[in-house]
Design a protein around this ligand. Structure first.
Ligand code: FE2
Length: 246
């Protein structure tokens, strides 16, 4: 697993990007520099020891463990993080299982304890019905895009509850953000770490189809992908319906 610190020393937000080599998942540890309150987005079960070490090394207190959506390619570490740190478990609310202690609604705000960090929840269905993005304030602001928007890609829409037309609408809503907004994706398969809304608007090939040919053309492009199912899908969906509990 590689770890990248994405924020400079004078940024009030500490932002670490943590990669899982097996699933190419990018997880994010977001913390308030002064009070040490932290949130962990899209943690992968196999990387638990790394998360615990990082939290200890940085003397941070994990308040919330968040899944941007129901993952089909890896088992979430939410349950184990709750056992280890007593954090709350967070996911979009409408279809969230009982293990989720903090169900989210669109436009909710996740606040860290000392109040200096307010992260906006943005419901962006399409990859799954419960997919969300998270907007972290700052200059520039940063958007955790989960599996909605990737660097020169978008999340597949052929898994359970996926819907390409819905995803197209979600992507169009993201494109209304400022060009300088940093895009932090939930996966990258080429070891890239970040992009911007402006760069994706100009050069993301799927967004080119969406912007210039419309929602129906985008949905057709996604239907034509015919991807094989994720290797761990059955196990992952079963475990993740219990927040990763055995
Ligand atoms: Fe996903």
């Amino acid at each position: 697993m590689t770890q990248r610190l994405l924020t400079p020393g004078d940024d009030p937000v500490i932002l670490w990007q943590l990669s899982d080599p097996e699933s190419c998942t990018l997880s994010y540890l977001v913390a308030h520099r002064v009070c040490g309150d932290a949130l962990l987005f899209d943690p992968v079960l196999e990387q638990m020891p790394r998360y615990c070490k990082l939290l200890t090394d940085l003397d941070m207190h994990l308040l919330l463990a968040v899944d941007t959506h129901t993952h089909a390619d890896h088992v979430t570490a939410l349950h184990d993080l709750q056992q280890a740190t007593a954090c709350q478990l967070v996911r979009f609310g409408k279809s969230a299982p009982a293990c989720v202690t903090r169900p989210l609604l669109d436009q909710d705000t996740l606040c860290c304890g000392c109040g200096g960090l307010a992260i906006k929840v943005w419901h962006t269905p399409g990859h799954t019905a419960d997919s969300c993005c998270f907007l972290i304030p700052g200059q520039p602001q940063r958007l955790l895009t989960g599996d909605t928007l990737f660097i020169d890609g978008t999340g597949r829409t052929d898994l359970p509850s996926g819907d390409a037309s819905q995803q197209a609408e979600s992507l169009l809503s993201l494109l209304a953000l400022d060009d300088a907004t940093i895009v932090l994706p939930g996966h990258d398969y080429q070891n890239r770490s970040a992009s911007t809304i402006g760069a994706e608007r100009r050069s993301n090939s799927r967004l080119q189809v969406l912007q210039h040919q419309g929602v129906a053309a985008y949905a057709q492009l996604m239907a034509d992908l015919r991807l094989p199912p994720p290797r761990l899908m059955d196990v992952a969906l079963q475990r993740n319906s219990r927040c990763g509990a055995p």
